[in-house]
Design a protein around this ligand. Sequence first.
Ligand code: FAD
Length: 397
Amino acid sequence: MADSKPFSVVIVGGGLVGSLQAIFCAKRGWKVDVYEARHDPRNDKTVSGRSINLALSVRGISALKAAGVEKHILENMIPMKGRLIHSKDGKLSSQPYGIFGECINSVDRMAMNKHLLDSAEMFPNVTLHFNHELLQCDLDSSHATFKKKDGTNLSVTASLVIGADGVHSRTRQQLMRKARIDFSQKYIDHAWVELTIPPTANGEYAMDAHHLHIWPRQTFMMIALPNLDKSFTVTLFMPQSKFDAIATEEDLKTFFRDTFPDSIPHMGEKLLVQEYFKNTKGSLAQIKCRPYHYQDKVVIIGDAAHAMVPFYGQGMNCGMEDCLVLEENLTTHLGPVGSASSRNPNPVHVSAALDAYSAQRNPDVEAMCDLAMYNYVEMRSSVTKAGYLFRKTVEGW
Ligand code: FAD
């Protein structure tokens, strides 16, 4: 007999993947509570002035379309039709992504997160809780305990817990204590730092806005993606030893003058120095695990399930695709959105859907993790080799 209480979901993490997953669950008529450790980014008055962007591809767009939340994002992204390779001598060469105008798209990470949170919150059956950090989760009872900002704890029970709490996922840690999870974590010896190319004095883009810019230097590289405010977010990826070797302003200026000379007039040495020494140097890890669930009680998605190095630009895209594949498996086993069997599902069917999800998703995302690792060699080195299809020199840009 159907339970009179509505089927309830706790989503841990209100980032890009958790907020999208909330929308899919809400459409099933489930009671959805999202618990996010950080404060609500939509109330953030301490804007740093820096835009952080991501490449959104067909994989992510398909998931956004399936959730019906793509319009605002598609209207506010910048298509990048290819790579623009910056040689040391200042030559530029364009490598289109395809002959039919295929693009990847630069989107503002925070703007997209805010839009997804707003979209989720429009459903009356969704409640967002900020400043709630998951401490632990009892898998058999789907009982989760959160630490609140005031230091007190909150305990909640749900029919299903969905962990979308990122690379250092506590939901995954709890899952691994209970379920027989294969797990591997690999740090690469490269780190990254974000820099900025601001708009020109005329308020224009300093470089072509419809390319992903790459400065490939064989063992390391720098990239830049455009923002709507006419700036570029620049990311420098290189071995930790190279970061360690840059101790002073002069070291940094010499390194940039030797290695990325054409970027200096765009960035300006003052801003370069300021940002390089102030901004966090991030590490890069790959995480693989399987399966992604325990019975009908808990499932992990996004970086919580599969963190990949960012060189294929697919981490978020794959996380969004997780939501789509999970949705397809829920429909197969529970029935379509709107049906009574979906709104108030039998636990046996939920368990079958999660089994199928783990089995289907694991080989695909592990392949993406491997491709992402390989693509670092492609971006920092192979792109400079002769014979690239569609190569076109665009000197004078
Ligand atoms: P996150 O974005 O990490 O969100 C997890 C959320 O969970 C956070 O809000 C966090 O506060 C919350 N949380 C964590 N722990 C708890 C807890 N205990 N309790 C409650 N809440 C918790 N991907 C792309 O597709 N394209 C790109 O171009 C791209 N570029 C990248 C560039 C760099 C330099 C890096 C490092 C990554 C890049 N990625 C890219 C990857 C992308 O950032 C991630 O794949 C994506 O953010 C994963 O989303 P998520 O929601 O799973 O996790």
